[in-house]
Design a binder for this molecule. Structure first.
Ligand code: GRF
Length: 198
């Protein structure tokens, strides 16, 4: 690939808080060219997120943006917003980022933030979607990929897939099947989004 072709790739920042398995699936998809994008930055609000070390191992620049207690959300987000602007990022991809982004942050990157959520939104928003689906004795959990707006787990839906709940499922067994769907669906949907197929 020429330098010019490489420059045309959309520049992506992935925001994580934990394991980073979706982040890794996206990185792998870029390596295999299934996803035509450059992961230019990985940001975590948690300096101990295992995903950060995995990103560094993949040669990706990482930033820890630790939130201070008692400080307005917008102030805590300042480092993230500035770094994203400095790095000329085209798309912000949330992959298990557990902080709620302020409306002010979202307004700075309108239509440019994507999230993945482990339910068939609008069913089961919030931090415990898989547990909530099990407790509600729902027929299925699922995966939703959507553009982020100023509301939580809300915004235009790009892709959705049901994950049926099976008898005897535990939070762990169900989460494992949800993750398998996420790892396939997220890179595929991002490819479509970045290259205007949706
Ligand atoms: C995923 O299930 C995603 O849907 C949710 O957080 C989880 C992150 O998992 N938003 P991982 O860190 O990518 O393994």
């Amino acid at each position: 690939m020429t330098e010019r072709e490489a420059q045309k790739k959309p520049r992506v920042a992935i925001l994580i808080s934990g394991t980073g398995s979706n982040m890794l699936a996206i990185i792998e998809a870029c390596k295999s060219s299934a996803l035509d994008a450059e992961i230019a930055l990985v940001v975590s609000d948690n300096p101990n997120a295992p995903g950060l070390a995995k990103a560094r191992d993949a040669g990706i620049e990482t930033v820890s943006a630790v939130y201070e207690r008692g400080v307005p959300r917008e102030k805590n987000e300042r480092l993230i917003a500035e770094t994203i602007k400095n790095k000329k990022i085209d798309w912000i991809v949330l992959a298990g980022f557990m902080k709620i982004l302020s409306a002010d942050f979202v307004k700075q990157f309108p239509g440019r933030i994507v999230n993945i959520h482990p339910s068939m939104l609008p069913a089961f928003p919030g931090a415990h979607a898989i547990r909530d689906a099990l407790e509600a004795q729902a027929d299925c959990a699922g995966v939703t990929i959507h553009i982020v707006d100023e509301f939580v787990d809300h915004g235009p839906i790009l892709a959705q897939e049901e994950v049926p709940i099976q008898p005897g499922d535990t939070e762990e067994s169900l989460a494992e099947r949800v993750h398998a769907v996420e790892h396939r669906l997220y890179p595929k949907t991002l490819q479509q989004l970045f290259h205007e197929d949706i």
